[in-house]
Write a protein that binds this ligand. Structure first.
Ligand SMILES: Nc1ncnc2c1ncn2[C@@H]1O[C@H](COP(=O)(O)OP(=O)(O)O)[C@@H](O)[C@H]1O
Ligand SMILES: [Mg+2]
Length: 383
């Protein structure tokens, strides 16, 4: 059977490499009902980390709810996505309720757009939120979102449950017209939660960071921040040795591993893209086989990356091109400016944009480099 040791999406179980410190940290936040925002560039492993920790934590009375707001294009869909998560948690917690318990529960939810009835749904009582306006009960509205989340937490507290409520692509909310009001509703519930630990994450680091660190926004100071960097080389080495054992019951050479780590620059997404190719072969890769496989990964990725690159200004392009060849500690220093032949203010603005867009990053040596190892590799192989 082919095992997916290097998935393109969420890594879990034996596909998950280390992150021991971040795991411990997130777990302790959950256990203490502290709320967390996971911050990292896209495809660094935020969703994987959250999923791994919450799945390990999950048990009979610990509920892991996970919603993604990527499709929340307006207030209504955002509400619906969040309310569905609440609905899922409440259904789980009430599945063992008596009719009387359930009646009390309904009273506490009254007026929140809950279309609950005492009809049984299999062994459970039905609870469904109403999102349309075509029914007798009012639809879930923005002003009741905070109360709904709080009610979920109250049921949990009373029944001895704990909940992890994960909201992925959370920055999506900030693009909505009523973003401030929605964020305020969520904040209201989050700050009073006693049995629910919230985890916020998203693929736009810049927007997410603004939401949580801007003093004028509702989420300011509400959460602890966990920042993810690239996974350490040592950890990847033992992960890849293990992966060779799983796939071929054979060793892979340290030299082959070094080439994998250096070409991908330990970017988690690209390690997986490269290794899923290499691991499809009947035996462990020889060191010489790594570079050709990497070229194929790069060729596959370049159409999209080239499009992104084409949209940049000439100065932004020049900076990336420089950094692809020579990572640099002082991008506003005279050496770098001279090599680019550009003025300080121009470079500062262009670099600021690249930083916000996560197109550059500071590597382990503290040097600024191109974030995407494929783009970096392609810029170098052009000349
Ligand atoms: N700890 C990890 N170990 C192994 N692979 C990982 C790990 N974290 C992420 N990955 C891989 O990296 C890629 C991006 O992961 P994902 O969790 O979707 O990132 P994000 O949510 O930050 O965009 C996926 O291919 C995933 O399998
Ligand atoms: Mg993700």
């Amino acid at each position: 059977m082919k095992k997916d040791i290097f998935p393109q999406s969420i890594a879990s179980g034996y596909a998950f490499c280390n992150r021991a410190d971040e795991r411990r940290q997130l777990k302790s936040h959950i256990n203490r009902v502290n709320h967390t925002v996971l911050v990292a560039p896209r495809r660094y492993g935020k969703s994987s980390l959250s999923h791994q920790v919450a799945s390990e934590w999950e048990s009979a009375r610990r509920i892991y709810i996970k919603i993604s707001l990527y499709s929340a294009y307006d207030e209504e869909t955002a509400l619906e996505l969040i309310a569905k998560g609440i609905q899922q948690a409440v259904r789980k917690m009430t599945s063992g309720f008596s009719m009387d318990d359930f009646r009390t529960l309904l009273a506490s939810f009254s007026g929140f757009g809950l279309n609950a009835s005492l009809t049984t749904e299999g062994a459970n009582f039905g609870i469904t939120f109403n999102f349309g306006s075509d029914s007798k009960t009012p639809a879930v509205s923005l002003t009741s979102l905070g109360e709904l989340l709080k009610s979920m937490d109250k049921i949990a507290l009373k029944g001895g449950w704990n909940i992890v409520f994960e909201m992925d692509e959370f920055q999506q909310l900030s693009s909505l017209e009523t973003s401030y009001a929605i964020e305020a509703q969520i904040r209201d519930a989050v700050q009073y939660a006693r049995a629910t630990a919230f985890i916020f994450l998203g693929s736009n680091r810049h927007l997410l960071e603004q939401m949580f660190s801007d003093k004028s926004r509702p989420f300011y100071n509400l959460c602890r921040i966990i920042r993810l960097n690239r996974i350490a080389a040592e950890d990847y080495r033992s992960h890849l040795h293990d992966a060779a054992g799983i796939q071929w019951s054979r060793n892979i050479s340290d030299e082959a591993i070094d080439r994998i780590l250096s070409l991908t620059e330990r970017h988690p997404f690209y390690i997986n893209a490269l290794c899923s190719r290499l691991w499809a072969e009947p035996e462990p890769p020889k060191p010489e086989a790594v570079a050709p496989a990497w070229s194929m990964v790069v060729d596959e990725q370049m159409p999209v990356l080239r499009n992104d690159f084409a949209r940049l200004s000439p100065t932004q392009k020049a900076i990336l091109n420089q950094l692809a060849h020579y990572p640099e500690a002082y991008v506003t220093g005279s050496g770098f400016l001279n090599r680019l032949g550009k003025a300080l203010s121009t470079v500062r603005d262009a670099f600021g944009y690249l930083k916000n867009m996560d197109m550059v990053y500071q590597n382990d040596a503290g040097l600024w480099a191109v974030m995407d190892p494929c783009l970096s590799f392609d810029l170098r192989r052009q000349r």
